[in-house]
Structure formats: structure tokens, C-alpha cells
Design a protein around this ligand. Sequence first.
Ligand SMILES: Cc1ncc(COP(=O)(O)O)c(C=O)c1O
Length: 326
Amino acid sequence: MITLPRIPLAHLPTPVHPLPRLSAELGGPRLWIKRDDLTGLAFGGNKTRKLEFLLAEAQAHGARTLITRGAIQSNHCRQTAAAAANQGFECILVLTGNPPKTAIGNTLLDQLLGAEIIWTEGEDPEETLTNTFDAAWSDGRRPYLIPYGGSNPIGAASYTAAMGEFMEQDTPVDRIVFATSSGGTQAGLLVGAQIHRFSGQITGISVDPSAGEIVPTITSLATETAELLGLPETFSEGQVDVNDSYLGEGYAVMGKPEKEALEMFARLEGLFLDPVYTGRAAAGMIDLIHSGEISSKERVLFWHTGGTPALFAYAEELSLTNPTTS
Ligand SMILES: Cc1ncc(COP(=O)(O)O)c(C=O)c1O
């Protein structure tokens, strides 16, 4: 159905399976998980899907160098570096902050993948990105800019396709819950829901922006994605369900709810979440179940979007609650 050029990077379809022990522990809603942590590229994650389309565009433009930006533990940057290595592009990552003494988690993997890292060191990240791009251009490196989080209509279209993939997996659910941040995943799923007639609720748990900031972005991105795909659908803010009640102490600050969610998934299902994105989204889902906002009769899909390498950057905070070491 989606005819945009695409470079295969992901192992698709990703599995869908039930979470019986977690469902029982939470007292009701039947839970399933879609394993986009198993997309296969450099420890997987949702960005692999977006990069399949974005790299095809980069290639069509005759690009030689991929440039993008993100936080120090950015999964998007790690996956971009891996896709670049896999397809023979050079890769420049603009990472927020100062170089760490020891690279851990995603940053370690960025280095291993051969990415050139520019640290913003107190500068405005967007400005550093623009300067980096201009310098690469003047040096004849034929740069291609991948937007923050891979979230433009080309990247988001991959989640329109992913919704089609899920619908073919024949697991009827009333609601999909996942982590939302730059909005491309949610925008793509919304378009996919229209095309593939998914009538359930699509609930993005924000890990960073307030709903007031991100809902307009997702709304326009969904409309632009539909337009790119030649579809007549337009979207309004009322169709975009973002819950921003779980921002805790801010982006990438792992609190008690995230730790508890990580432990529940690990100890009941043998599954790893990450402290920043999927841990927060799962904590939100668990709270919505406890409060009854998600009823015990609902069938719910938790869409795992990856991020697990960041776990290793949180070893100290995590070991505090580990009963075997405390
Ligand atoms: C693991 C993980 N989950 C979810 C997201 C959010 O996806 P999006 O930026 O498309 O909203 C990200 C974004 O970086 C991510 O790394």
C-alpha cells in the first residue's frame, strides 16, 4: 500500500504476543506487546522503521553523509549511525552536552559504529546542527539532514505501514499505548488507523513535551503524512490522544514509576524496557489501569518502541532497587 522508496533495514513483521503474567498481576485488561525492540538494527527500536524510508530519500538525493541530532543517550542517533554504517554512508551526530569521561549505553555504540560526534557543549543544539551541516556541505561531504527523531512525513509514513503490519497480525485490541516524543510514531499510526480501519484508541504517553506542545505537531504531521501518501485524510487536534501526566521530574529522569515498570516487565515477563521512553510509557499504562481509566475489560496493546541500550547508562539508579544487591 505504501509505495515510497524504502531500503530494507528491519526484521519485519515484529512479533506480537500476549503478556499473561502482567495482565494477571494488574487484575484484568488483556495485554499484548508488539516487539519493535526487535526490529534488529543495532539493538532495534522504532527508528529502524523510519530510517528505511529516510535513507532511501538520502540515497535518491545522492547524499554521502547522514547528519542528525539528539540527547546524549539518543536511540535515534544510535540507530542512524548503524543504518549509515550498514549502507555505507558517513555519519555525523550532534549530541547535546559535553563528552562523557567514559562512553556508556548508546554513546558507546555510536562510537563503535564509527559515527563522528559533535558535542554541543552549552551551544544551542539546533544552531550547532545547522553549523555542522553547513560545514559538511562546504567540505563537499554531500550531507543529508535527518530531522530530530526522524519525525517528518517520510519517517512517519513508516508507522502508517507498521499499522498495516499490525492489522495483518490479527490481534484485535481496543487501545494501543506507546511512548511519544517527537511525534512521528503517533502521527504515522493515526494515518495507518484511518487506512486500515483500526477503530481503537491510540494513546501516546508523552515522555517529554506537554500535550499542548506536541498535539498540534502530531496533528499537522499526520495530515502532511497522509498528503505525502496521496490520501485525502486530514486530522484535527481532537483526534490526537496524548497523555502528559507522567513527565515526572523531566526528560530522561528515571523516577519510581519507571523503575517499578521496568521491574514488573522484567520479573513477570522476562522483558526489558528502557528508563526514558518505554519505561515511562509502561508506567503510564499501569497507572491508567490502576485508576480504572483503562478498564479491566479492555484489550490493550503495548507497542514496545525499543531503547534498551540506555538501560546500561542507568546502572547506578537501577541497582538501588534491586533486592539482590540492597
Ligand atoms: C525508544 C523510543 N521510544 C519512543 C520514542 C518516541 O518516538 P517519536 O519520536 O516518534 O515520538 C523514541 C524517540 O526517540 C525512542 O527512542
